[in-house]
Design a protein around this ligand. Structure first.
Ligand code: ADP
Length: 655
């Protein structure tokens, strides 16, 4: 290096520059010639190399042989020849420091300094260690990477969070909904529900059903201790039970418990079912009591009433020796009380098929029974009435039973025939005995009565001849009484004939108009107590038992007279012919017959139980005979009547 080279500005010598450079904080070296003789190296550069100043003046490669396999020398050569500056950033440099190969990174520059002719006369080498910056950058990069990772992680976390949040929101919504749901359920529950909190049983929730039972409004009780809100319970055990449940954590249940509750006008007695359920916190402590209350007053009262009814019914059936039965066509099951079972020889069995029951019925009666059952299910009123005979198992005696029943339909439309069976064997025998007796007596009475009648007629003739009017009068009255008695005896005889199947109808053709005319004359001559009107009956030919038809009409007129006050009107009229049938009606303005009695007056020996009738004589057989006679003619008798207004009996006969 030409250190003596002069710069244009004298006094600013190369030495000065070198001195200045030696203070430069930047590592600096200067090389000259193609061999890169180290002309200058400041402390900084010597530090980079890990060498002392002894290297100055030596060719570079000699001073730092470790650079052999690194590009520096070649690069310097290139700069030397081309004169172009080479600078690089962050390049690795390996040197031996204290015999240890050390790798560092540098920004360095080889700058060719050229003379006026453009020839390179030295190379200025500056270098700046970048390891710390690099580390810093690396750190930053690392940090950035970290941050990036962190950001990514955060993003993922955020995403997760947001999805968790959505989940949470959804759960919250569901929770809200389910809370609403629970609230609605509690609000609308048909049983009373209340939630009481803490040892004081503060009323937190009380649904409308429980408020109704309590007789309270929500505003009166909410937030108050139960005992304070409902003072009507003083002296009753409810609050004590609540405390017990709260303290013991044991649920309590009461069935059909009688409690006095608040009512508009004081207290009322109610029957309730209740449950007191402790409510636990997550750590197992009792925090309150859930109350469930159901009022069953009406049901219990109804049940008790029906139990009472049932008891009374059982008593009545036992006392009346009634067998009860029911028959369900859907299942074909037949059953009843113990008495029924014993009659049908079925004790022990719960129920049986109808066929089993039928086998206990007399063979001749079975078809009738089956028909009556079918009829009751098909008819609009569902009535069932029949008398039939059953074998008495284990007893040679047969039993005559009277069945009365009715078809009932449950809410599903399922039909059952329910009813009672009465053993009328003895009753029928009594009636038979009575009939036999009456038949016998009547028969015996008939002969003397016929003689009596004959003698009276003789007496009448004598009295007429002698002109003894008072005697005539008495004889006429006697004759009338004998006639009455004969009619009565005839009725009894008819009954016994009817029963023995000996009552025959002797049908002959006759004019109904004429019969009515005779009847009119006869009636008007005998009866003077009432106003009797016979409307004209057109002449109609009937083929019937004239005597018996006359008997029926006599009977109806006789009843009209018997059961209506003196001087009232009795009208006998006939209808025009409809459907080949003719009818005669006897109408009175008498006491009338109730609807219930109307159904029974045609039964044998039936008389209406009426204190007013106490004085009116009769046996309750007149209408029974009338009905039988009408039916023997394929006709019928119809009654229409209103109590205290009057009655109308119509005999209807086919032409
Ligand atoms: P008896 O007249 O002998 O009692 P009946 O068989 O003729 O028997 O009549 C049965 C019952 O019907 C009577 O007891 C009476 O109570 C009632 N009865 C019959 N006819 C009439 C009528 N025209 N008005 C009111 N009740 C009547």
């Amino acid at each position: 290096m030409n250190t003596d080279k002069q710069f244009p500005d004298a006094g600013f010598s190369v030495e000065l520059i070198i001195q200045a450079l030696s203070y430069s904080p930047e590592a600096t070296a200067i090389y000259s010639s193609e061999d890169m003789i180290i002309r200058f190296a400041n402390e900084g550069m010597l530090g980079v190399w890990g060498k002392t100043a002894t290297v100055i003046g030596k060719p570079l490669m000699e001073a730092l042989p470790e650079l052999e396999d690194q590009p520096f020398f070649a690069l310097l050569q290139k700069v030397w020849h081309s004169g172009e500056t080479y600078s690089v950033k962050d390049a690795p440099v390996r040197v031996l420091k204290n015999g240890i190969s050390t790798l560092d990174f540098y920004d360095y520059e080889y700058r060719a300094l050229r003379d006026e002719k453009g020839k390179t006369w030295c190379i200025l080498n500056t270098a700046r260690k970048v390891t710390s910056r690099r580390e810093y950058l690396q750190k930053i990069q690392h940090k950035e990477e970290n941050e990036q990772a962190l950001i990514e992680e955060m993003a993922t976390t955020m995403e997760e969070l947001s999805s968790t949040n959505e989940d949470l929101n959804r759960s919250l919504k569901l929770l809200g909904e389910s809370r609403e749901h629970v609230k609605t359920i509690i609000e609308q529950a048909p049983v009373g529900i209340a939630v009481l909190e803490g040892p004081e049983h503060i009323i937190e929730i009380a649904n409308p059903a429980i408020l109704k039972i309590w007789g309270r409004k929500l505003s009166e009780v909410k937030g108050l201790p139960h005992a304070v809100a409902r003072p009507e319970l003083i002296g009753q055990p409810v609050n004590r039970w609540l405390t017990e449940v709260f303290e013991t954590g044991k649920r309590r249940k009461n069935d059909e418990f009688l409690v006095r509750l608040l009512d508009k006008d004081g207290l009322r007695e109610a029957i309730v079912n209740s449950i007191y359920q402790p409510v636990f916190s997550s750590d197992g402590k009792v925090t309150g009591v859930l109350v469930i209350l159901d009022e069953i007053t009406q049901q219990v009262l109804d049940r008790r009433a029906s139990e009472k009814d049932q008891q009374m019914l059982t008593m009545a059936t036992v006392a009346g020796e009634l067998a009860t039965f029911y028959y369900e066509p859907e299942t074909n099951q037949f059953s009843g009380n113990d008495l029924l079972k014993s009659w049908f020889g079925l004790s022990g069995e719960n129920n049986m098929e109808l066929e089993t029951a039928v086998s206990a019925i007399f063979e001749e009666d079975r078809v009738r029974v089956a028909e009556a059952i079918t009829q009751s299910f098909n008819s609009s009123d569902g009535h069932y009435f029949i008398e039939y005979r059953i074998y008495h198992p284990g007893d040679p005696k047969d039993r005559l039973v009277q069945a009365i029943g009715k078809v009932f339909y449950n809410h599903n439309g399922k039909a059952t025939l329910n009813g009672t069976l009465r053993d009328i064997t003895e009753q029928k025998k009594d009636e038979q005995r009575k009939d036999d007796f009456m038949g016998m007596v009547s028969h015996e009475l008939k002969t003397p009565l016929t003689s009596l009648n004959a003698y009276l007629q003789l007496m009448q003739r004598t009295a007429m001849l002698t002109g003894n009017t008072s005697q005539q009068n008495i004889i006429e009255k006697s004759t009338r009484q004998v006639r009455n008695m004969t009619a009565m005896i005839n009725s009894f005889l008819n009954i016994s004939r009817l029963d023995s199947g000996r009552m025959l109808v002797n049908k002959t053709p006759f004019d109904l108009g004429l019969l009515m005319k005779e009847l009119e004359e006869e009636t008007l001559s005998i009866i003077h107590t009432h106003q009797i009107f016979f409307e004209k009956v057109a002449s109609v030919e009937l083929n019937a038992d004239r005597e018996k038809i006359a008997q029926v009409l006599h009977n109806l007129i006789g009843n009209a007279v018997k059961y209506s006050p003196m001087n009232t009107a009795i009208t006998i009229s006939s209808s025009s012919i409809i459907n080949e049938r003719v009818s005669i009606t006897v109408e009175d303005k008498g006491m009338g017959i109730s609807e219930a009695d109307q159904e029974q007056i045609f039964e044998r020996y039936y008389r209406i139980k009426n204190p007013q009738l106490g004085s009116i004589a009769g046996f309750g057989i007149g209408l029974y005979l009338c009905k039988e006679i009408a039916e023997l003619h394929q006709g019928r008798i119809i009654v229409e009547s209103t109590i205290n207004k009057g009655s109308a009996f119509t005999l209807e006969l086919p032409l």
